[in-house]
Design a protein around this ligand. Sequence first.
Ligand SMILES: Nc1ncnc2c1ncn2[C@@H]1O[C@H](COP(=O)(O)OP(=O)(O)OP(=O)(O)O)[C@@H](O)[C@H]1O
Ligand SMILES: C[C@@](O)(CCOP(=O)(O)O)CC(=O)O
Length: 469
Amino acid sequence: MPAGTGSRIKAFSAPGKVLLAGGYLVLDRDHNGLVFGLNARVNVVVQGLETSPGVQLNEIIVKSPQFMEAEWRYGYHLAGEDGGIQVTQLQVDKTLAQNKFVETTLSYVLTYLNRVSADTPSHAIPSTQITILADNDYYSHGDGTTTVAELNQNPHHPHHPHGSRLPHDGRFKAFASTLGGAHKTGLGSSAALVTSLVGALLSFHLPKEKFDISIPGHRQILHNLAQAAHCAAQGKIGSGFDVAAAVYGSCLYKRFSSSTIAQIPSPGNPGFGTSVYDTVTAGWDTEIKKGEGTGLRAGFVMRMADVDCGSSTVSMVKNVMMWRKEHPEASTQLWVSLQAANDILGKAIESDLYSESEVRAAFLNTRALLREMGDAAGVPIEPQSQKELLDAVSHKDGVLGGVVPGAGGYDAIALLVKDNEETKHNLEAFFEGWREDTGTNVKLLDVIGEVEGARLEDKLDQYRGWIYG
Ligand SMILES: Nc1ncnc2c1ncn2[C@@H]1O[C@H](COP(=O)(O)OP(=O)(O)OP(=O)(O)O)[C@@H](O)[C@H]1O
Ligand SMILES: C[C@@](O)(CCOP(=O)(O)O)CC(=O)O
């Protein structure tokens, strides 16, 4: 592992997700999910942390400068009994918020790095400073958005990173709230963050022979590490479609068996070191299909509208799964029908061989079966208000149809629309009218579907003003 110097820098990014078809079904390996990556990315920039000569400092400083009070400091050391690299937050203040996703990911990645360079003692993993920058659509922008111009007028603003001037291009917005207080839009910020943090750290600490994202086997390591760390931070094993989208971009996803990662001890506990390394380097039964069957017909784009309301995915999943267990025959029949409808929808939105009216019919078919599942399980998967919104917007010029993606509920909707400014303006006007008529706070997001997954970023200029000087 090369010694760290303050001048080294690596940046990595990973996209958000929208599960267009396969919500709930994708939890089961007999089915799959059609997930699209989004052009909203979480970027992570890792820089060397210069230490005075002779000072043995194991420290990682992480900041998320778009939010208030979002800086976390960690120490790390090699734990006994093969416990891997244990990461501990350096408490400067008892009220300091934790960031479970960052902390857990650091333990997993440093433990993996320590194994990859087995002959290097732990203190040789050099200290780093890390900046997280998320594209704006991950969070709803209410009155809480501070403009860059306001920040530049007031370099002493609590929010202003280092009192330096911020770039004016508006790529990244600053929020006048803490991360916990920000309202998420449900685009998978934690999966994109974990994936991008893993990728940035591997790129920073390993030579290209050992980690190169253009090599499929190395992308698989990124996937496995990110899935394992994300599940550990979440405290549960979901289907992992969000991490798959962050790593691979748009794909047809069949999940890994839960047993793949179920036995990993907690960071620092005996056996964690070997378990992480063996699990991450093993062959997983995840199936990722990219290319044909995961694209969009020419001239169309996936758009999202945020409904700024929110649903509890956890309790919705719990109730659907309970119903599935209690009604195995009826639910299996419905899941098989829904999978068939989703397969047709995937083909119809991609191929010109399907007419526009066939695409509309495919959307309606998937939606009807989703409602049937919701009614049977007593879960508002496509609630009445979302049904009315989807029905109305689907009749607008340039719109071929839409769904409640993922778990559904009162979150965002996803739409297949013509890729032109006129359609975008018409949609904005339609949602404005809908807000006035119904009081629903629905808003078109800027984000669109994007095929590409995680990538190394070489244009460091895009982070100017935000990263450590
Ligand atoms: N910009 C950021 N900077 C630092 N940490 C972040 C950032 N965005 C997200 N996180 C981490 O991810 C957590 C949010 O994860 P959570 O799974 O609740 O949301 P999500 O992944 O956006 O949800 P969904 O799957 O519904 O889209 C935060 O509490 C924080 O730990
Ligand atoms: C219901 C489920 O299949 C999808 C949840 O998707 P979302 O968080 O609503 O985007 C759960 C999962 O796959 O982990």
